[in-house]
Design a protein. Sequence first.
Length: 330
Amino acid sequence: MYSPAPDRYDNKVFNRCGNSGLKLSAISLGLWHNFGDVTIYDNSRAMALRAFDLGITHFDLANNYGPPSGSAERNWGRILKDDLSAYRDELIISTKAGYTMWPGPYGDWGSRKYLISSLDQSLKRMGLEYVDIFYHHRPDPETPLEETMRALSDIVKSGKALYVGLSNYYNPELAQKAYQLLREMGTPCLIQQVKYNIFDRRVEQEGLLNLQEKEDIGVITFSPLEKGILTNRYLKDIPQDSRLASGSPFLKEQDINNDVLEKVRLLNDMASQRNQTLAQMALAWNLSKSSVCSVLIGTSKVSQVEDCVKATENTSFTEEELKKIEDIVR
């Protein structure tokens, strides 16, 4: 029987999520691609339990995570039932809806019908009465924004979620309108989940980070390691157990060209000077941003979880270091 580490909260970092009472573990575990039925369950379980032992309390899912869709939630539900049910009140569990989940006009995007039906299915798969955070996964260009936000608000008021969040709402004007609607409905937005890393600066360039600061709404970032490129995995060759070697549609050989590799080598040298791995420095860089309360890691091994959590030991950068990073990636 699993028993969590008694020191799991010792010297761990928890950051307040915007203007709310909720604190998130600085490192959160994403269950996107290594908790589905195509992966080894015992490895998924080992990563989740080791994460909890190391002070990670936030576990992030979506209805379509797997593959196949829905399987990550089912497998997470099994881990909860067998190992973590006694610790439910120590966990922050999130899920999402917004991408294609089932055939027909009611299994995608952002209608009230889809969001409420999808969450009901997610709760059944995970064996839960509620989730802590429920996200709309992407903007819907056809459904009125007010309908989508009303569904999110009503979900919280029904007790099926404690907080609502938005994901991939990169347009600051759209995001601000959504935030205003949710406030008026009495269910303020807790958090926005976006892609952000040393290489991908879209949220900086388009003004979303500035909006998050202004609105005092938390940010949690996904792909902080740019699909594994911001690690030492590809510095020498392509490991057989890597995402690239597996033929993943989310990482292609052309994504790791000579120019990218040279930048990664320079960043890796800089990380060594900071007594960090490149992954740790990349995560720390995210966490050094005042609006970022947590970073989502997607791991395939327990050792990767163990490496990533050490990023919180040094999230301070000198002006010289920040300038050096900008010079490298320019």
